[in-house]
Design a protein around this ligand. Structure first.
Ligand code: TXA
Ligand code: MG
Length: 533
């Protein structure tokens, strides 16, 4: 099959092009087209043979359903059997745009399009060329991302041509996609909307609009095992290895300087072994790699995904960079990570999948650890009532801050009747920040936990008073806030992810201050020691 590449960037009159493209779709053929997220590979959504051609062209398993694209809200009824209130509000707010809704399907949508599911994924894109194509075709257009199965999604017509030349009748070239990550998929078939794939539309935005939102396990997973749900993921596409470049991709997270050092060391090792190396990094660190890895043979391909503080840049460039790495013929790719906040979390979802969850947590070479000398305590216990949330977050952060210091860090509750798993949301927030929860189950504070050199830091005044009443042997009991030199500590979160994130940030700040105090103690001691000599 010949593939025509038609520019629709305004340099030529396009009406005739869209008329021909619409005709190809009506005749059961395939047209690749730009959207604001990634390029799509489109066919008539009502035509099972067109869907079969899409699967064949992509080399994609046919149990992986397609997204049906519409160009007007009124078309929604032609593919969805019902549109719950929540879905309607999401549609009215975020459409046209980078969001896909899962809804019960009408019988007219063939099984071939939905991979046999009784639900249909619907999206109303904002890109004018996508809308013009759907209008010209006169039917909703089923379209997956226009890449060969397993390759990174295409964000330019060149990427589509790389993968699909000879497999589609026409590629509409609208230049690079502005967003660069596939749409946010929201399952609206149960009471609470569930995000099946994170994207440009963020959980925070959905929550603000409709009150609550869940994140599917495959979204929050930090390992291939966690992502592997026994009954299969809700978005079947999430189970396939995705977005992957040919070369192995390894991610490094941790303190910036330590990560740069580690990647440079590994890259030099690979280069010495004659391997061509790719490095994906932030704009802030690119210079360091270029200097450290210049002059090597084979040379290293160092590419920046933009500033760490602007995840939009990483979203827009990630897939193109992964393809570039392939084109450069690198043997291995070492990549920095982004903070998993806002759009950064969506970018990291794709990057982790592309890496098959190969992530190294780099320890700082010279950790700014609290050293025991000046600090008169051998151990610190964080205490609250239930030992489910506050004290666990404190323990996990403090254990990290105090690593290598010789100070033992624990957490306990004053009202634990029996052990139970710690708060799952707390675990999730810690994981979001690359921290392992220090404990899995709650534990009661007992007198055997307390020695003469134990410092107990409590969540609030009432826990502090209870401990002072119950344990006469406890000599040092302060609230966390007091110890950090502040008048008030944070409140317990009421429930939402944002509130847990806020609690984490507050505690991180308090504990960093607290750890700073320990260091100051030490510095003072050393100074006076110096004078005495
Ligand atoms: O931004 C996008 O969404 C792009 C552009 C072209 O619109 N499309 C795209 O399609 O990314 P694709 O096929 O690469 O990804 C569609 C995802 C797959 O993970 C698929 O399993 C899921 O949507 N999906 C489709 N229909 C579904 C359904 N009825 N229930 C659950 N998941 C569904
Ligand atoms: Mg895809």
């Amino acid at each position: 099959m010949e593939t025509e590449i038609a520019k629709i960037d305004g340099s030529v009159p396009t009406r005739e092009i869209f008329e021909r493209a619409g005709q190809i779709i009506r005749d059961g053929g395939l047209v690749a087209f730009p959207t604001e997220t990634v390029y799509g590979l489109g066919g008539n959504a009502f035509d099972p043979e067109a869907s079969a051609r899409i699967y064949a062209a992509k080399g994609r398993p046919s149990d992986n359903p397609l997204i049906v694209h519409i160009s007007d809200l009124s078309q929604l009824e032609s593919v969805a059997l019902e549109v719950p209130e929540t879905a309607r509000r999401l549609a009215e707010t975020f459409w046209p745009g980078p969001m896909t809704l899962i809804l019960p399907k009408r019988p007219e949508v063939p099984d071939a399009t939905t991979g046999g599911l009784q639900t249909v994924a619907v999206r109303f894109p904002s890109h004018p060329a996508a809308r013009a194509l759907i209008d010209a075709a006169g039917v909703p257009i089923a379209a997956p991302s226009a890449n060969l199965s397993g390759r990174p999604s295409p964000t330019s017509a060149e990427h589509v041509a790389e993968d699909l030349t000879g497999r589609v009748a026409m590629i509409l070239d609208g230049g690079p996609c502005s967003i660069g990550l596939e749409s946010t998929i929201i399952d609206c078939t149960s009471d609470e909307p569930v995000i099946l794939r994170p994207g440009y539309i963020l959980p925070e935005q959905v929550e603000e609009l409709v009150g609550s939102v869940e994140l599917d396990r495959v979204v929050t997973a930090d390992s291939a095992e966690e992502a592997a749900v026994p009954e299969g993921p809700k978005a079947p596409g999430m189970k396939y290895r995705h977005y992957a470049p040919s070369a192995p991709l390894k991610l490094f997270e941790g303190e910036r300087e330590a990560v740069v050092k580690r990647i440079i060391a590994l890259a030099r090792g690979s280069m010495d072994a004659g391997q061509k190396v790719g490095v994906l990094c932030s704009e802030e660190t690119r210079g360091s790699y270029q200097v450290a890895l210049s002059g090597g043979l084979p040379s290293a391909a160092v590419r920046s995904f933009g500033s760490v503080s602007e995840p939009e840049q990483a979203a827009a460039s990630l897939f193109a960079l992964l393809r570039e790495m392939d084109a450069e013929g690198v043997c291995v790719i070492y990549a920095e990570t982004l903070p998993e906040e806002g759009l950064g979390a969506s970018v990291m979802n794709r990057l982790k999948k592309a890496a098959g969850f190969d992530i190294e947590h780099v320890r700082s070479a010279e950790p700014k650890a609290v050293v025991k000398t000046g600090f008169p305590f051998s151990d610190v216990i964080f205490a609250d009532r239930g030992n489910t949330t506050y004290s666990v977050i404190c323990e996990s952060i403090a254990a990290f801050l105090c690593r290598g210091s010789g100070i033992a860090v624990h957490s306990r509750g004053t009202s634990v009747l029996f052990s139970e798993p710690v708060n799952e949301k707390a675990v999730r927030i810690l994981a979001d920040h690359g921290l392992r929860p220090a404990r899995a189950e709650t534990k009661l504070l007992e007198s055997k936990d307390i020695s003469e050199t134990t410092l107990i830091l409590t969540s609030d005044e009432s826990v502090k008073r209870k401990i002072l009443r119950t344990f006469p042997e406890a000599n040092f009991v302060l609230t966390v806030a007091e110890f950090a030199g502040e008048s008030e500590g944070p409140d317990m979160p009421a429930g939402g992810r944002e509130q847990y994130e806020a609690l984490y940030q507050d505690l991180l700040r308090l504990l960093t201050k607290a750890a700073g105090r320990m260091l100051d103690d030490r510095a003072e001691r050393e100074e006076t020691d110096g004078e005495n000599v």
